[in-house]
Write a protein that binds this ligand. Structure first.
Ligand code: GLN
Ligand code: ZN
Length: 769
């Protein structure tokens, strides 16, 4: 076995793009509006890159990433770099590369944008490459070379970052009009020469190393895909005119791909050693390490906000030193997924602020670890002592451990996560209590979040109105929403969620154990940034969170109004989670807090309670082997939330996507009485899938696609209902939109819901006749 011969360095795969005050968002949106010129946008971008590199260099990084910057998305940048511009966008890109770029990202009146989807299991969304048998790739190194030269011009050594060819093809989809069976990976032979050219041009522009990001290697890959990986590295490795290649993997363990990487004729490999990826340590030893190679060891969690356990990381690194030629230290993935700087959080208790590490702090942690490796851990003894103190303060804090919460979780039994009665008994009791017509109509919860509602919230925050005036405005909205639904003829009503800024944040703000940040922005897609709340400690509910709104709404009508909550799995998925206990433990605490809310809603008279879990599928682990464990705690947490109610209280859940394949069993395990899902665009396919899987309960497959302002006609909605009836008996079919209406405007919402009710009436008449 080899041992490290070259001193350890610190590096990062990528850095947040937005700037300390989200300058990039403002400049890009200003450009779209016409208030910022292209030149001004480009110079803002250059300043942000320059500031990032300066900061990284100041932290001790001698080889800064370049090309990780993006005006919108790095996968779209790769599409440009390999010339895979969809035909419908070519004219625009040729006319003006910047406008054409944004047209691909956002669409125009005439042309649709690229589809957007989640980047692995993060909350970052990328633009999906569209490829087909006719795709011709051509190298366009302008951005990659330009940003490298820019860094060199500023006195840095730059390491250009590109999405690797395997990941690029594995993330692509067949272009519109191309058969769905087309596999983009079959284009590999055509794509590799383009990467060869990019590498050559980067080398001649001064790159010593290039970083190829291949996170697709941490997913389960077929033998054919692993062979393709072997070929990619063999072919690129064999090039004579190229920089040294660092293949970066992250988000999980490399598994089978580790053998491929170890044998590959590339000079460097990046591996993640955090969370489930810690298995890389033993796996790496088992394949004999990476003799002769540079290993970039991702020991600082790049996706979470907690301070690193430096001594634990040093122990991992000490083992790794014997397994590669050179061991560099890095955050586990690009720092794109965490906020910029924890020291900006001046409103946090300073004690708690010390538990947090954002991009800037994570860079410093990695730098410190590298120094420890290089110069000996005694040279960083004071920092290690401070780190120990921070970790101890977190572990010992009453925020982290609330004995009452712990005792309650410990006393929870299997029976608490089961409804008291079997489904048929519940269904009968609910039918008697609710007395709904066949094909009952309802909505998913939110009604349009108008500018006036957002303004009222801004007024409250700025102190221009007080809490009572705010409440008054929201209640007026609830009145309007209830009146409207009665008039439209809907059967199960909602209060419309006007008071909610966001379906997770609204609850996080009211639960003890959650922290909010002031500046913790993270890119979700393009210029959209979110500020995920932080699940910091043990979770409890000091007071009811939604009951007053529910009670008020119900007081206005005789029809049932649904209580409306966000489920425990989604509360975790859209927050930064604790790293000091299993996710299932955190989920159980959140579930118990929500369970109290459900019981209070029931006591306040709600006959129907909906618990939304739109994130259930997106947090599915990347590796199939980990999925059963995840689904077990996830479904248990949902049942723990919803099982404290009487037989005649109807539990609804909602999810907004159509691909259920892998989680059909989990949906059954939720044991919800009614589930509403997205189905309009797939023509009720999901209703058939559920029926084929033997799903026994009631289902509301969406008949109104809420993702566009288009109003579906009554006839169209009726046709979808008839398609639903081909899969489900009338007694188990609900009529509802695909998702909440918060992003819609009132005129199209009114027209669409009226058509939806008319469709239900038409099909009911057909059933009766
Ligand atoms: N009840 C929420 C709403 O209607 C559900 C949103 C969602 O599924 N993302 O807005
Ligand atoms: Zn939804």
């Amino acid at each position: 076995m080899t041992t490290s011969t070259t001193a350890s360095q610190v590096t990062v795969y990528g850095y947040p793009r937005q700037g300390p005050d989200r300058e990039l968002k403002k400049a890009v949106e200003g450009y779209w509006k016409g208030t910022v010129s292209a030149a001004a946008l480009r110079s803002t971008a250059a300043e942000l890159r320059c500031a990032n590199w300066r900061r990284l260099a100041g932290a001790g990084i001698t080889e800064v990433p370049t090309g990780d910057f993006s005006f919108y998305d790095h996968v779209l940048d790769t599409t440009v770099a390999v010339g895979a511009i969809p035909p419908r966008h070519r004219a625009a890109v040729e006319a003006d590369s910047l406008d054409g770029y944004f047209a691909m990202a956002r669409g125009t009146q005439e042309v649709a944008p690229l589809e957007m989807t989640k980047w692995f299991d993060t909350n970052y969304h990328y633009l999906v490459p569209e490829l087909g048998p006719d795709t011709v790739f051509t190298a366009d190194s302008a951005k990659a070379v330009g940003e490298l030269r820019e860094a060199i011009g500023l006195g840095h050594r730059g390491r250009p970052v590109l999405v690797g060819p395997l990941t690029y093809l594995l993330l692509a989809k067949p272009a519109p009009g191309v058969s769905a069976g087309f596999q983009p990976i079959t284009l590999l032979d055509r794509l590799l020469p383009v990467y060869a050219q990019l590498l050559a041009e980067l080398k001649s522009a001064g790159a010593e190393w290039v970083q190829l990001d291949e996170p697709a290697l941490v997913q389960d890959r077929t033998p054919a895909e692993l062979n393709a990986a072997t070929r990619v590295f063999r072919d690129l490795g064999a090039l004579t005119d190229r920089p040294k290649i660092l293949v970066a993997t992250y988000f999980d363990r490399a598994g089978e791909a580790l053998k491929v990487l170890a044998k590959a004729p590339v000079e460097g490999v990046g591996l993640d050693f955090t969370g489930p990826a810690a298995a890389n340590l033993a796996d790496l030893a088992a394949v004999g390490g990476l003799p002769g190679k540079r290993l970039v060891a991702g020991v600082v969690d790049g996706r979470n906000v907690w301070v690193n356990d430096l001594e634990k990381s040093l122990a991992t690194l000490a083992t790794l030193l014997g397994l590669a030629d050179r061991v560099d230290v890095a955050p586990s993935c690009s720092l794109l997924h965490v906020p910029l700087d924890a020291t900006a959080e001046r409103e946090l208790d300073p004690q708690i602020a010390r538990w947090l590490a954002f991009a800037r702090q994570k860079t410093a942690e990695a730098a410190l670890l590298a120094r420890g490796l290089r110069e000996g851990t005694d040279t960083i003894a004071p920092q290690l002592a401070a780190n120990r103190a921070d970790l101890a303060s977190r572990a010992g804090s009453p925020i982290t451990r609330d004995p009452a919460v712990r005792a309650r979780v410990a006393a929870t039994t299997e029976a608490d996560a089961r409804r008291g009665q079997a489904y048929p008994e519940r269904a009968a009791a609910q039918r008697a209590r609710l007395a709904l017509p066949v094909l009952p109509t309802t909505t998913i919860g939110s009604f349009p979040q108008t500018a006036e509602l957002r303004l009222a919230r801004a007024d409250l925050r700025a102190g221009r109105i007080d809490a009572a005036a705010y409440r008054e405005r929201m209640e007026a909205e609830v009145r309007e929403v209830i009146e409207y639904q009665e008039k439209a003829g809907l059967d199960v009503l909602v209060h419309g969620e006007p008071e909610r800024n966001d379906m997770v944040q609204y609850f996080a703000e009211q639960l003890t154990g959650y922290l909010a940040t002031q500046h913790g922005w993270v890119q979700s897609y393009g210029t959209r940034y979110v500020r995920p709340p932080v699940l910091a400690g043990d979770i409890s509910r000091p007071a009811p969170m939604t009951v007053d709104w529910q009670r008020y709404a119900q007081s206005l009508t005789d029809r049932p109004v649904k209580g409306m909550l966000t489920g425990p799995v989604t509360m975790l998925a859209w927050s930064f989670v604790r790293d000091d206990q299993p996710l299932g433990d955190t989920a159980r605490q959140v579930a118990l807090a929500l369970r109290d809310e459900v019981t209070d809603l029931e006591a306040a008279g709600a006959a129907v309670v909906q618990v939304d879990e739109p994130a259930l599928r997106e947090t599915l682990p990347l590796r199939a082997a980990d999925r059963a464990g995840y689904l077990a705690w996830a479904t248990e947490a949902f049942r723990l939330t919803t099982s404290g109610v009487r037989a005649d209280t109807q539990v609804h859940t909602h999810m907004c996507y159509a691909e259920f394949g892998e989680i059909l069993g989990a949906i059954e395990d939720l044991d919800a009485d009614v589930i509403s899902l997205e189905a309009a665009r797939s023509h009720m396919e999901v209703a058939h899938e559920l029926t084929d899987a033997g799903y026994p309960r009631e289902v509301g497959p969406g008949v109104y696609d809420i993702h566009s302002p288009r109003v579906p006609s009554a006839e169209e909605a009726a046709a979808l209902l008839r398609a639903g009836l081909a899969a489900l008996p009338a007694e188990r079919l609900w009529v509802n939109p695909d998702c909440g209406l918060k992003t819609r405007a009132w005129p199209e919402t009114r027209a669409s819901l009226e058509n939806l009710v008319e469709a239900a009436r038409t099909v009911r008449a057909e059933l009766a006749g």
